[in-house]
Design a protein around this ligand. Sequence first.
Ligand code: SF4
Length: 431
Amino acid sequence: MRRSGHAAQIAPSAQDSLKKTSRFQVASTVTVTDDPTKIVCAPQASEINVDGDIAQVRDKYESVMEIIRREYLRQHSDPWVVAYSGGKDSTLLLQMTWEMLTSLSSVDRKREIHIVGNDTLVESPLVIRHLRKTLAAIATAAISCNLPVKTHITKPHVDQTFWVNVIGRGYIPPTRNFRWCTDRMKILPTNQLLQTIVRIHKRAVLLVGTRKSESANRRRNMEKREVSGSNMNPHSSIEGCSMFAPLADFEDRDVWLVLMQRKPPWGGTHRDLITLYRNGGGGECPLVLSKEDAPSCGTTSPRFGCWTCTVVNKDRSLRGLIDSGHEDADVFECLFDFREWLIELREDDRNRQRVRRNGEVKLRADGTPVMGPFTLEVRKQILVQLQVLEAETGKELISRSELEVIYDIWRRDQVSEDCRMALHDAAISGI
Ligand code: SF4
């Protein structure tokens, strides 16, 4: 089928617990032990041979660890919230945070650390599986190691999911100029959790894995906001929340070097992560927490984004997985085709209404209309095809509660459409 900042001092008692042991130890042989069930509650020594490259990144790693540790030991009880997307940067941030925590004595592990991942409900299947698996491993390991760590997965409100907006309201699949999805599916759900944490504790510190070298745009943004690896910046929209980006000056290569040298302390290996990057192409759609971050969502490539992402022209991530002969390549192929079909629908004016949902008609300078949402007919067609896709892939792609919201929107849209037609007929017949 074609479907197509805190300035408080560090507690003096805590100074003693600052452990400055190098995390990287040069070994003459490679002795990787892959026991996926092994949880490392204490700082681990690298078991892999290191060379000149790793020696270079060691100093950077140690100085960032020191900054993270110093921040955690400040004399206040503001909880930390670590933003975790499943990608390499947030994985490294998580790993360094965990290693910092386990380097402290238990009396110094006072502040809660919340690890937050987001599920847009249309995430790429491998990515969401990896994110859920990692967060579950972290939750188990935190209990075993008696760490003050909690995990959360945020989701969009049922009224604001991808399918409710596309199939229910007829929003066109997102474009660069009409990227309605990031706010609704990523920023709002995560910010709601952050606001709850700030409400309970009065303040919170949000740790993000953003790096200047991710893109020219990211560097400009971070420099404009004077973000460095050692300072706190106010959150753009949540009062009482500070942002901390300790990896700001890490290069791509630094991130990989550290991850390839060290196994995750919550157990397992970084192999899944490395495979995800190896098989896909391009960049990633990170955990987006503010509008300033939004430009990187869905622009370069959505590897860590949604399988439905139509902001990019080609989904190099799914394509990469199909081409690599992944065992689920058939499923990915179906998803890939469906996404392409959504783009085709969007680009054909016949599938779209002239009148927008607010009742306005927008005209270009030459008088031609800028087309609005999908017609009700097309929305119904998309739902039928999505259900066919569910049968083909054996995956639940839309939930019952989303369907209920969609049917409700359709009912209301049908009533307004009937009213419009009645008014139109009355005007024509002169009643
Ligand atoms: S990956 Fe694409 S569809 Fe998903 S939130 Fe980002 S821009 Fe939107």
